[in-house]
Design a protein around this ligand. Structure first.
Ligand SMILES: *[C@@H]1O[C@H](CO)[C@@H](O)[C@H](O)[C@H]1NC(C)=O
Ligand SMILES: *[C@@H]1O[C@H](CO)[C@@H](O)[C@H](O)[C@H]1NC(C)=O
Ligand SMILES: *[C@@H]1O[C@H](CO)[C@@H](O)[C@H](O)[C@H]1NC(C)=O
Ligand SMILES: *[C@@H]1O[C@H](CO)[C@@H](O)[C@H](O)[C@H]1NC(C)=O
Ligand SMILES: *[C@@H]1O[C@H](CO)[C@@H](O)[C@H](O)[C@H]1NC(C)=O
Ligand SMILES: *[C@@H]1O[C@H](CO)[C@@H](O)[C@H](O)[C@H]1NC(C)=O
Ligand SMILES: *[C@@H]1O[C@H](CO)[C@@H](O)[C@H](O)[C@H]1NC(C)=O
Length: 714
């Protein structure tokens, strides 16, 4: 049975956002097709003299290129660097060599990647699924698009570890030019250690693809963030002037040299397997070229697919789980062939997803739409979708796992999941359930019979393990988060599977929270509120599955806990974070789930007092936001955004969003859009003891979701 939902229309996602100030879309950027040669040349003469008047407004620190999962995560660094340098692993610790070149009348220029004749990057447009670079190279303009699909209706497609790169070349001077393209990758995608020996192969049918893997892979093992059990796939459609070379070195006599001097690749298949870096200039590389011959207008779109494939995704207890796409494809080559053949459909779907997603977000603000555009891919790429080894088409056993990318290597970190959950619910609530499933399943079956919810599934992605006993405040937070997410998943999906199957587990957690009564009121006020909302969610869960008497008890318990919380936490017209200090304060982002799920536990008096209080703090806040707690000098994108979503004051909401937006668009500090940073400098901060920049896992729903929770599920 489904419950009736009154879903805010903004929640039904929708998209097209170029970065602000870069709104000149392709239609405006390219000359009308009916222009004569002279007119086209004139158009480009003008366009190129004023390359991108608005570009100065935004030049993000990194551009996401291939961002599909924790290991397949490549970005272009633009801080102290340019597009004419190598793509890097997300934390900029390691080069992931990938490049694209254009040859115009036998002069080779590099569209992206290191080491060649430089070109001019004139525009960057980032949509939720695409990074679109406009690059001028003498008398041509190239549009190079990196497409990372987000496919809410199709988990098989979503789980594919592949991305598209496609390129269109337009001649800008109306003259005829001889035009060729070249692209390659190296073994650097497989390990941080460039001394590792690799092996490779090439396959030629309707598509041509290179596969490259370590000679000594290590199953389910990562080193410095990179998977040691992956295979790199690089594919092109065959025909139409496409040629390849398997493993020419990049130095003298190698594939790049051959192409630069002859504009061709000879199809040579080097089988002398060696190291990722086998000596000076000898980085085995896996190349494609395409010859367009003479062109005076524009080229047909060239399309490639790049993938980083792992056979087993995760070790879950004693089992190994397969990537979800294996429910439909027998192996990765099968999936890759379909992926490449499906390019045109995927492109159309991506444009439509981008439009609906960002259009919904724009109803909040343009800043918000742009945040959604850059962080959606990052957030989704922390998650992997799996089925069990034996299921062979049986997709009832779907589970998703999140890696705490950037902060630690924790598996399915509950606190981080709670920040990502609203986005996931808005993309596909069934998928959000797959993320809860391993935690719920473990709680029921791991034999430990813990009374509280565990805070993650171990410290070492991609393998789960039993965690140590946490402190009480962590158990309160995790139990509250799990109850809240489980209820949110049931509510938004209208599917009672989890709340029915795991009713006894959920009830045990709620009992734990109730039994902590005084502690729930005694820890940090925001975390305590998470626990109390968990109890309130249990009341709703009980009623939904027809356990009305449980429902009444938990409802009464939640109210009692709330009253005690308010007495301790609501002082001087705001919620303190430390009960003993009335001057303490923080972002009470736990309020988000009260609003989102229409729990009505917290009184309007508290909300309006918080709005007024935040307004006063925001009035003299640092450039990149307010700290999430008065006791730290750290701002958090997730907590800022959840706080913004919980306020009814649109001025407060927009100020909170625009500060995160300011951080997203600054190119002062290198690195991907982080989740935590110094509010005044924007510098990324160490978190949980781990150094370096951290991901933003976060997004929140475009607006709150209001639900009518009347019917039961029984
Ligand atoms: C930041 O972007 C601007 C263009 O908007 C550029 O001029 C500047 O060099 C960039 N800063 C860094 C550190 O890359
Ligand atoms: C750069 O272009 C010039 C021709 O203008 C060519 O001689 C040279 O080889 C090119 N350099 C590279 C690295 O491709
Ligand atoms: C890049 O722009 C500069 C300045 O307009 C120009 O001189 C140069 O030729 C351009 N480079 C290429 C490869 O088009
Ligand atoms: C959500 O995902 C499920 C499972 O993959 C799928 O069956 C369903 O059609 C998706 N829902 C929407 C609205 O796309
Ligand atoms: C990048 O991340 C990996 C894994 O977390 C870590 O081992 C490495 O030190 C990081 N590198 C930098 C430069 O932060
Ligand atoms: C599919 O898997 C579930 C859970 O493992 C199991 O209960 C069910 O019987 C399986 N169905 C089929 C058709 O094998
Ligand atoms: C929970 O609520 C029930 C019903 O009102 C009450 O009997 C019980 O004492 C409450 N438990 C706690 C710990 O407050």
């Amino acid at each position: 049975m489904y419950i009736a939902l009154d879903v805010d229309p903004l929640m039904i996602i929708g998209a097209r956002a170029s970065l602000r100030g870069l709104k000149r879309g392709r239609a405006a950027f390219f000359p009308p097709t009916n222009y004569s040669t002279t007119m086209r040349a004139l158009f480009w003469a003008v366009a190129l003299v004023f390359p991108v008047l608005s570009l100065a407004q935004i030049w993000p620190a990194t551009v996401p290129l291939a961002v599909r999962n924790p290991y397949f995560n490549a970005h272009m660094n633009l801080v102290g660097s340019t597009h004419n340098d190598w793509p890097q692993f997300w934390n900029l610790s390691h080069i992931l060599a990938w490049d694209l070149w254009v040859m115009v009348d036998m002069k080779s220029m590099q569209l992206f990647g290191g080491s060649g004749n430089a070109t001019n990057l004139t525009n960057i447009e980032i949509t939720p699924t695409r990074s679109i670079l406009t690059i001028q190279a003498d008398s041509v303009v190239a549009t190079v698009t990196f497409l990372n699909p987000i496919v809410p209706g199709d988990l098989v497609a979503q789980s594919l570890p592949f991305t598209y790169m496609y390129c269109d070349i337009t001649v800008t001077d109306g003259q005829e030019h001889s035009i060729q393209l070249y692209t390659d990758v190296t073994g650097e995608w497989l390990s941080n250690d460039i001394e590792q020996p690799i092996k490779w192969d090439i396959s030629k049918s309707s598509i041509i693809y290179h596969t490259v893997s370590l000679q000594n892979p290590k199953a389910l093992t990562e080193k410095e963030g990179m998977a040691l059990d992956a295979s790199l796939y690089y594919a092109s459609r065959a025909g139409n002037g496409v040629a390849y070379r398997a493993s020419g070195a990049d130095g003298t006599g190698g594939a790049r040299e051959q192409w630069k001097s002859t504009a061709r690749l000879d199809g040579d298949e080097d089988k002398n397997f060696r190291k990722i870096n086998a000596g000076a200039g000898d980085w085995p590389c896996f190349a494609f070229s395409r010859d367009y011959g003479t062109v005076s207008d524009k080229t047909e779109t060239a399309v490639w697919a790049l993938g980083l494939v792992r056979d087993s995704t995760i070790g879950f207890g004693t089992t190994q789980r397969l990537p979800y796409y294996r429910t439909q494809y027998k192996d990765a080559p099968d999936a890759l062939t379909h992926f490449l053949a499906n390019f045109e459909n995927a492109q159309t779907a991506a444009v439509s997803f981008d439009t609906s997603f960002t259009d919904a977000a724009k109803k909040i603000s343009d800043d918000y739409a742009q945040l959604v555009s850059i962080s959606g891919r990052q957030a989704l790429a922390t998650i992997e979708w799996t089925v069990s080894q034996s299921s062979d088409g049986n997709i009832s056993d779907s589970m998703a796992f999140m890696k705490d990318v950037g902060v630690s290597t924790r598996v399915s970190p509950v606190d981080v999941m709670s920040a990502t959950f609203p986005m996931l619910l808005s993309i596909n609530a069934t998928w959000a359930g797959y993320l809860l499933q391993p935690l719920l399943y473990s709680a029921k079956h791991d034999g430990r019979n813990l009374e509280y919810a565990m805070y993650d599934l171990g410290d070492h992605y991609p393998k789960t393990s039993a965690q140590l006993t946490p402190s009480t405040d962590i158990s309160i937070e995790s139990s509250g988060d799990m109850l809240t997410m489980t209820w949110a998943q049931a509510t938004v999906s209208g599917d009672a599977s989890y709340i029915k199957s795991y009713y006894s587990v959920l009830k045990k957690w709620a009992d734990y929270l109730v039994s902590q009564g005084s502690s729930v009121s005694g820890i940090n006020a925001n975390l305590a509120l998470k626990g109390i909302l968990g109890v309130k969610c249990m009341a709703a869960i009980a009623k939904a599955v027809g356990q009305d008497s449980d429902g009444s008890v938990y409802s009464a318990n939640a109210t009692a806990l709330y009253n005690s919380w308010k007495e301790n936490a609501f002082k001087d017209n705001h919620v303190v974070s430390d009960y003993s200090a009335s001057s303490s304060w923080g972002l009470i982002y736990a309020l988000y789930y009260d609003r989102f799920l229409n729990l009505k536990l917290v009184e309007e008096e508290v909300y309006s007092a918080q709005d007024t209080f935040y307004a006063s703090k925001l009035a003299n806040a640092d450039k990149f936001g307010v700290a999430y707690d008065a006791s730290v000098t750290m701002a958090s994108a997730p907590w800022n955004m959840l706080t913004a979503a919980a306020t009814t004051d649109t001025g407060v909401r927009d100020a909170l969003i625009s500060q995160v937006y300011a951080r997203m668009t600054t190119n002062k500090t290198a690195g991907v859009f982080p989740s935590t940073y110094d509010p005044s400098t924007g510098d990324t901060k160490p978190d949980s003891g781990a150094a370096g920049c951290v991901f933003s896992y976060i997004l929140f729903s475009p607006s709150r979701l209001f639900c009518i929770l009347a019917q039961t599920y029984t």
